[in-house]
Design a binder for this molecule. Structure first.
Ligand code: PNS
Length: 159
């Protein structure tokens, strides 16, 4: 059974993330979405909120699980008995960071490989940070996130 771990901050989950989850769930037997708890980026949403938001948009997929994790990603992968890490690649600007992470992970945990899915072109410019910035200025985020997530962001940002 091939198990993939798809890690990230998911602050919040975007349609680009959802696309990667759905596509990887068709390739792998099981996909565990790992939501990083202690993030240096000081997230807008708590880890519980991020996990629940992911459950609301991806919980219907029978071979997808959502879990929070802390510490090293490779330790989480071992704990989950994962075979590979999945990451989305949007553009060449992602490549250097992603290469550094995947090479480092393989040095500290030989055997843990990373596979990359190129994002759907529709979402190749999309990031959680951009979504939050647009929402902060009351812009329309309906093309970027699921309606349930758009409501959560609006709620979080209202005074
Ligand atoms: O969605 P993000 O913020 O790009 O995801 C980054 C993430 C969570 C994959 C990365 O920060 C991570 O793996 N953090 C866990 C700590 C760790 O293992 N660091 C070493 C990776 S080289």
């Amino acid at each position: 059974m091939a198990i993939a771990v798809y890690p990230g901050s998911f602050d919040p989950v975007t349609l680009g993330h959802q696309d990667i989850i759905e596509r990887s769930s068709k390739i792998m037997d099981k996909v565990i979405v790992g939501v990083l708890k202690n993030n240096s980026k000081s997230p807008l949403f708590s880890v519980e909120e991020r996990v629940n938001m992911l459950k609301s948009v991806a919980g219907h997929l029978p071979n997808v699980e959502i879990q929070a994790f802390d510490g090293l990603l490779v330790d989480f992968v071992h704990k989950c008995r994962g075979d590979v890490i999945v990451r989305g690649l949007r553009a060449i600007t992602d490549f250097e960071y992603e290469l550094q992470m995947s090479q480092t992970n393989r040095v500290i945990a030989p055997g843990v490989d990373t596979i990359f899915l190129t994002t759907n072109l529709k979402y190749s410019y999309l990031s959680s940070s951009i979504v939050k910035e647009i929402a902060m200025y009351h812009g329309d985020i309906s093309a970027f996130v699921h309606p349930v997530i758009a409501d959560k962001i609006t709620e979080k940002m209202s005074p």
